[in-house]
Design a protein around this ligand. Structure first.
Ligand SMILES: Nc1nc2c(ncn2[C@@H]2O[C@H](COP(=O)(O)OP(=O)(O)OP(=O)(O)O)[C@@H](O)[C@H]2O)c(=O)[nH]1
Ligand SMILES: [Mg+2]
Length: 488
């Protein structure tokens, strides 16, 4: 369409729009005029109806357009593939005992056909006290000094309708230095059919995250405010309102209870002395019992699929972590092997430049070995390109490498005295170590041979004179030099 035609078209459209606007304004004015002529009672009635319509329209719009947190379902692997991965890890010498026993526990609980309910929450929110209230006959274990729970404990509880439950008391989360205990608690929560999330006030950010973490595993959840006796009715209602907001779309029910717990007070004796007495507060947990009965109504069999999915999703995460760790260890061994070969190559190089040929072959070998370890398919051309690019980086950064190596040699006086191309060999150790680490990190994160990413990491590592890494490389160089000297 020519420019003139387009201009004409735009002008016509604008004129049509203007005409429509005038028409609408005229109509609105006419309506307003007629509205003003109506008797006052009719004006109010019509005005009210109009307002209700507008309010309803706005709420519908808000409901449709409100921002929503997208919850992606967690990946749940099938049992077979998980077992296969665990088997492979075992073959590679990884410690898979905990993963295998988790699978064993999964089967054991399914066979027991009992309903498991786990308590969960920050320290001192009253989990153990609640177990005492739910299972009065049980002797609930906790640390003698602080009353803190350190291990997972199981207790038999009974619901009002006579159905029995297994209640799990767990260590509290967010205890300083208590990461191991927290892991125990999280794993137990995943093994349960339902979870009671206990708090003793409004949720902080960490607690809200924890609650969502549980919900992401599809756990039927009760969000329970304990120690309700500490608040006035109005305060408790405000807190419950806030908790309901946290629990929206996450918890099956939000309610307040008093698990009881104990309190100490001083009692005056007849002879005038005093003694310290511990008294149990009276628990008030009726709403919780009802909610528990409701969410466990489908029984062990009805809730089992959801429970198994959560356990398998948790196992998938743990297995992935172990796989990553095992691979990182294997990568470190490969890098070390090639760094050593590079040192030996540098020390053995007689003809000028012959070491470059040796190192080129080694760099290709290192790249291929790491790509294979991370299961990344790479062509010969890609490897060649990467090695070329690394060489360029090294050429432009050779002064940095030599400076780092020179400084390091000063820090390890034993090395400096060995003479005979040691600086050269050590520089190669640093180069191969940096290249291997950069490549391994990039392959692990990108799952492909991304030259730019690996190159950027290589530059960073070459300039990083971090003490521990250099010390290890110095020891590696020293070993190789000694071996050479012993051989000759
Ligand atoms: N006022 C009041 N105090 C309570 C209530 N329930 C528990 N407590 C007190 O809260 C404190 C912590 O109770 P615990 O049952 O040990 O809490 P916990 O969650 O098991 O603590 P950790 O095992 O350390 O995570 C104790 O001093 C209890 O007496 C309650 O309903 N009201
Ligand atoms: Mg406890």
């Amino acid at each position: 369409m020519s420019r003139r035609l387009r201009l004409l078209f735009t002008a016509l459209t604008l004129a049509a729009l203007l005409w429509l606007l005038f028409a609408a304004a005229e109509r609105a004015l006419a309506l307003a005029q007629r509205f003003l002529e109506l008797p006052t009672w009719l004006q109010w009635t019509l005005g009210g109806v109009l307002l209700v319509f507008v309010a309803a329209g706005v709420s519908v719009l808000w409901w449709l357009l409100r921002p929503r947190r997208k919850r992606r379902p967690l990946p749940v692997p099938d049992r077979g593939s998980l077992e296969q991965r665990i088997g492979q890890l075992r073959e590679h010498g990884a410690d898979t005992g905990a993963l295998a026993s988790e699978l064993g526990e999964l089967d054991r609980r399914r066979a027991s056909a009992r309903v498991y309910v786990a308590l969960f929450g920050e320290i001192s929110t009253g989990k153990s006290s609640l177990i005492r209230a739910l299972a009065p006959q049980a002797h609930v274990a906790s640390d003698a000094r602080g009353g803190t729970t350190r291990a997972v404990g199981h207790y038999d509880g009974t619901l009002a309708d006579g159905r029995s439950l297994v209640l799990a008391d767990v260590p509290g989360s967010r205890e300083s230095g208590g990461e191991t205990h927290e892991t125990l608690a999280r794993e137990e929560a995943l093994r349960a059919h339902a979870v009671i999330y206990l708090c003793a006030g409004d949720l902080n950010r960490a607690q809200a995250d924890e609650l969502r973490w549980l919900a992401d595993f599809g756990k039927p959840l009760l969000l329970v405010l304990n120690k309700a006796d500490q608040w006035s009715d109005a305060e408790r209602d405000t807190l419950l309102e806030r908790l309901r907001r946290h629990g929206r779309g996450v918890a099956s029910a939000v309610l307040a209870i008093s698990a009881g717990g104990s309190e100490r007070y001083q009692r005056q004796l007849a002879d005038g002395s005093t003694e310290s007495v511990e008294r149990q507060r009276k628990p008030s947990i009726e709403p919780l019992l009802q909610a528990l009965a409701r969410i466990t109504a489908p029984g062990a069999e009805g809730l089992e699929d959801m429970r198994e999915n959560a356990v398998l999703a948790g196992l998938h995460q743990r297995t992935s972590m172990l796989e990553a760790r095992t691979r990182a260890e294997a990568a470190e061994q490969i890098v070390r092997k090639y760094a050593r070969r590079a040192i030996v190559g540098a020390l053995a190089a007689v003809a000028p430049g012959s070491d470059l040929v040796i190192q080129g072959v080694l760099a290709t070998g290192l790249t291929r070995a790491l790509a294979e370890l991370y299961g990344v398919k790479v062509s010969e051309v890609q490897i060649e390109d990467f090695v070329q690019q690394a060489k360029l980086t090294l050429r432009s950064g050779s002064s940095i490498v030599l400076a780092v190596a020179g400084n390091a040699l000063k820090a390890f006086p034993g090395l400096g005295t060995l003479g005979g191309g040691v600086l050269h060999a050590f520089a190669y150790a640093l180069i191969f170590d940096s290249m291997g680490r950069a490549l391994a990190a990039s392959l692990a994160e990108r799952h492909s041979l991304d030259q730019d990413d690996a190159g950027a990491r290589l530059k960073e590592l070459l300039a990083d004179a971090g003490g521990n890494r250099l010390r290890q490389l110095a020891a590696l160089t020293m070993d190789a030099v000694r071996e050479r000297d012993n051989a000759s």
